[in-house]
Design a binder for this molecule. Structure first.
Ligand code: FHN
Length: 415
């Protein structure tokens, strides 16, 4: 069944910021001399840190460098259209002032301030959508929450569900204004009834709040792919790829496996050319600083988007999905076909495109391009672009083709 969020903002946004931030950021992937073998926010589970020990991190959490306005300004500058932050991850710690669990950033830390409230105010000010990650099934702090790779038998999940999960969902949907989406995750043993109950509950409070793909039991309103996974097959509904910049979500000081800006831009174009959204993560450290590497990469991506954003935001995949023109990807809008060139070339020839061209130009510079359009009596046609020597961007140079017809009809054949 095709998924449809019915939310135009989500369909047009294409690029969002994921923020994984919590007590695990203090450990930065290390505990008692051991480095966690996997993603940093899983350290409690992976290294079997007892609840009573892990809890103590709260008394050390004092992210005095956190500046919500700065975060939001950066996200805007990076070209992101929505922000999804961990309101509660699997460790059970609320990054906001929860009234139904004292295990939260206001009541349990020296910092004593609600970071979600600060972020909500900044998002409102800069008009960017705010979304919340909420771990609905796994809660390693609550004795009745699920825990991966551990025995969950004998737990009274329903008690946790009624006393923490639903009340906290209500809190995050009532305390911070309009919320774009709740990003549920790892449904584990959650039943179809429980997923449905959460879904209906969210909608009863904020009908326009999107319920993410991982609510469980296929009830989400769009398809969330696997982490960092880009589907090769066509998917026509709404979908999103959650992705990391290195190999962790939460801050991990030993992880230096950063993607380059080139990787990120090309992954983004690939995802968008197939109709998806790209939700790209940062993992701030214990003080609230964003790793410099993340900032540098995202600044460069932001530069690309400032010049070429028209070929990303509000675009759709072309029909049929075509991936076989070497070094090219395509995105489209009414009356526009965007050709993303990943390699320098003097000429580009595309065959059998049904549209008539009004004009073609390089999106980044506005330079008009000469195009030789041919049509034969036998029903074949071609577009041949002459490309300039001065190449705007080796990562992705975008040609914007304005077409007479609203919808680009596109059936290229391999040359
Ligand atoms: O277990 C989580 C993980 O920590 C992280 O939040 C990612 C983000 O997509 N989701 C789960 C694993 O898929």
């Amino acid at each position: 069944m095709l998924k449809d969020t019915k939310q135009q903002w989500f369909k047009d946004a294409k690029y969002g910021l994921f923020i994984h931030w919590g007590l695990y950021s203090i450990l930065a992937g290390e505990y008692n001399g051991k480095t966690t073998p996997t993603i940093a926010e899983w350290i409690m589970n992976e290294l079997d840190i007892p609840v009573k020990e892990y809890e103590k991190l709260a008394s050390r959490f004092n992210p005095v460098h956190f500046d919500a306005e700065e975060y939001v300004k950066l996200a805007c500058n990076w070209g992101m259209k929505y922000i999804t932050i961990t309101s509660k991850h699997h460790d059970g710690f609320a990054m906001y002032h929860s009234k139904c669990s004292k295990y939260n950033i206001v009541d349990a830390t020296p910092y004593g301030r609600d970071v979600i409230a600060q972020l909500a105010a900044a998002c409102k000010k800069y008009d960017i959508k705010l979304c919340f990650y909420y771990s609905q099934a796994q809660d390693w702090h609550d004795p009745d929450g699920y825990m991966a790779n551990h025995n969950n038998e004998g737990k009274n999940f329903r008690r946790y569900f009624d006393e923490k999960c639903l009340p906290q969902i209500k809190e995050i949907l009532t305390m911070y204004g309009e919320i774009g989406m709740i990003w549920f995750d790892t449904p584990m043993g959650i039943t179809a009834e429980e997923s449905r109950e959460i879904f209906d509950f969210v909608k009863s409070i904020q009908p326009d709040c999107i319920v993410s793909g991982r609510i469980g039991n296929n009830l989400g309103e769009y398809m969330t792919t696997g982490d960092n996974f880009i589907p090769a097959l066509p998917y026509y509904g709404d979908w999103e790829v959650p992705a990391t910049l290195n190999d962790t979500w939460g801050f991990k000081k030993s992880d230096h496996n950063w993607k380059s800006a080139k990787d990120v831009i090309r992954l983004m174009v690939k995802i968008v050319s197939r109709g998806g959204n790209y939700l790209l993560n940062i993992g701030p450290d214990a003080l609230g600083d964003i790793p410099k590497e993340s900032v540098d990469i995202l600044n460069r991506v932001g530069e690309f988007l400032r010049l070429n954003g028209d070929s990303i935001y509000g675009t759709r995949a072309i029909e049929p999905y075509v991936y076989d023109v070497e070094d090219c990807l395509f995105t489209a809008k009414p009356h526009n076909l965007f050709i993303h060139l990943m390699k320098r070339m003097d000429r580009l020839k595309l065959l059998n495109i049904g549209n008539r061209i009004e004009r073609a130009y390089l999106l980044a510079t506005g330079e008009e391009l000469e195009v030789d359009c041919r049509q034969t009596c036998e029903g074949d046609n071609s577009w041949e672009f002459r490309l300039p020597q001065a190449w705007p961007d080796d990562i992705d140079t975008v040609i914007c083709v304005e077409t007479f017809e609203e919808k680009p009809v596109f059936e290229p054949l391999q040359q």
